[in-house]
Design a protein around this ligand. Sequence first.
Ligand code: PSV
Ligand code: MN
Length: 389
Amino acid sequence: MTAVRDAVKAALRTQTIETPSWGYGNSGTRFKVFAQPGVPRTPREKLEDAAKVHEFTGIAPKVSLHIPWDRVEDYAALASFAEEHGLELGAINANTFQDDAYRLGSVCHPDASVRRRAVDHLLACVDIMDATGSADLKLWFADGTNYPGQDDIPARQERLAACLAEVYARLGEEQRMLLEYKFFEPAFYTTDVPDWGTAYAHCLKLGPKAQVVVDTGHHAPGTNIEFIVALLLRERKLGGFDFNSRFYADDDLMAGAADPFQLFRIMHEVVRGGGLAPEAGVAFMLDQCHNIEAKVPAVIRSVMNVQEATAKALFVDAHALAAAQRSGDVLAANAVLMDAFATDVRPLLREVREEMGLDADPLAAYARSGWAERAATERVGGDQAGWGA
Ligand code: PSV
Ligand code: MN
């Protein structure tokens, strides 16, 4: 048992989780954005908050940026600021969904001048990656149609392919394009990248530097996400995750809050498919918004939830599982998974943290640190980051 525990601990030490800059800003629904005291006003202040998540969890050294929400004059200076805070800048998320020009779409828009504007933005994001040292360009498109007949479905796919190809050609040796899918919203009749199959087909045509992102909140109810993960890993096309929880739609709640068993099943496929090893290149990102709860502790909780699901997945007895599967023993095979899921990994994770020189309880340590109070006192005036706040 000690050998198993040691192996689990060693594997856990290789995992890092990337947190989203937008998770630290104010957010809400179309009904209301609730501002919170101490919320960052600038990309640097978002990084200061992210640094706290890393300080207390020890496994969140990367931060995804969103452009233009995190626009700054000097991106290299922002990267240095991140480094001074023990962080690295992670994926650059493009935004081709908030300009008036994008009413009918961006890279799939019928008007070539709008597509040009969108591609220019994506190319500018690659310039930013060059300056920050970020390896990943993360693309999610709000493109689609609301009414039958509104536009030509295959023509939109052609436009998408051409725009992606232009951006792909601009990527450097070590850079990747991560294409995200989402089954609906904001378009309701057709969505141009609605599912993993569409994203996969485009990535396959583009080449090895294009991979698919699985946002756990972007599926119809009942979709077997772990199957998608297993398949993409097998095809070496799983670029990463946007973890979050959903009850109904793209809820963006804390990862592991709604359905920790699903998160465990996903992490089991990751472990089974070799996706935990850093060389597999799977980016474990969060894509969340904390509308009613305090943001930094919510991100800490989410990181811990992903880590717990990973630890449980690492406790799956692979030999016993393979033996049960080979002999067709359905109940035994299922029991192997359920035993791992039922393992209380919290004592082990406390040990891992202490071995890393951290407090065993990240949330209590954060609360004691006084950071929330300090931010609320010092971050007064100016415009808080977020939508509409
Ligand atoms: C919109 O659905 C979204 O949540 C996508 O998942 C992106 O990853 C994220 O926003 C940031 O653009
Ligand atoms: Mn996402």
